[in-house]
Design a protein around this ligand. Structure first.
Ligand code: 16G
Length: 247
């Protein structure tokens, strides 16, 4: 890790260069999978970088799901371990496709439902539909590479998504192309035990822990864009939010 040539040959801010260097170290086995990273203090003195820089580099590795921090024990490499947990920010409005891309993972989907339907009473209320309106539904098992991560059931007003069949990868990309990208969302998260069907789709045992997430997203003008009910696997996600003192 000694700074030497790598600081010069790599581009970007110092913490990004350090982050890449640590990633290289993980890829080449200098820092083995499931093993600890040297403590922050030691990394700082090894690299002649400040602790702030080291902390930022580690934070990026945590966000990418490459490193986990365990209370009181330090940072550990999760590496290519297939069962690693991912950190998901609760303060940014992003799509599944974006979230996975940011972590260097490929987002895939198995479609469960895609088309135009007669709305349920719940959908009528959530989307403020008028009588006679139909609804666009997209239900998918969402995967990171080969690993099932979540089941998402999105409902949208038809004028927002007239052609549900046009969504093949990212719903948010299709919405954005039509000028309907949500700018705000309300989200509710509840702990659940997975029923046999959902557990089966997620490759888990029935009754495993899951998170039920309800998201209602809005356009700038306050109009509801999507009402999505999702089931996330409990063993794969850590939700993170920054809290500020209320005044
Ligand atoms: C996220 C959203 C979901 C949205 C989807 C679009 C939650 C918790 N999150 O997964 O509401 O429909 O992104 O993703 O529901 P896409 O653009 O990759 O299709």
């Amino acid at each position: 890790l000694d700074p030497g040539a790598w600081m010069e040959t790599m581009v970007g801010p110092r913490y990004v260069r350090l982050r890449k260097r640590i990633e290289e170290g993980i890829a080449t086995g200098v820092f083995p999978n499931d093993g600890p990273l040297p403590p922050e203090r030691e990394l700082a003195s090894l690299t002649h970088l400040s602790r702030v820089t080291v902390r930022k580099a580690i934070q990026e590795l945590v966000e990418k799901g490459i490193v986990v921090q365990r209370q009181g024990a330090g940072s550990f490499v999760t590496g290519t371990e297939p069962n690693r947990r991912v950190e998901q920010s609760l303060s940014r409005l992003t799509s599944f496709t974006e979230d996975m891309a940011r972590r260097g993972l490929e987002s895939r989907a198995t479609w469960l439902e895609k088309g135009i339907f007669f709305p349920s009473p719940q959908e009528v209320v959530a989307l403020a539909l008028s009588s006679g309106d139909s609804v666009a539904r997209l239900a998918r098992l969402r995967l990171a590479g080969d690993r099932p991560m979540a089941i998402e059931r999105a409902s949208l007003p038809l004028d927002i998504l007239p052609d549900p069949a046009s969504v093949n990868t990212s719903l948010y990309e299709v919405l954005e192309a039509a000028g309907n990208h949500p700018v705000r969302a309300l989200q509710k998260i509840s702990a659940i035990n997975l029923d046999a069907e959902e557990a089966g789709l997620l490759g888990l045992d029935p009754n495993s822990a899951g998170l039920k997430i309800e998201r209602t997203s809005y356009l700038e003008n306050g109009r509801v864009v999507e009402y999505t009910r999702s089931t996330y696997r409990g063993d794969a996600y850590d939700f993170v939010a920054e809290l500020r003192l209320a005044n």
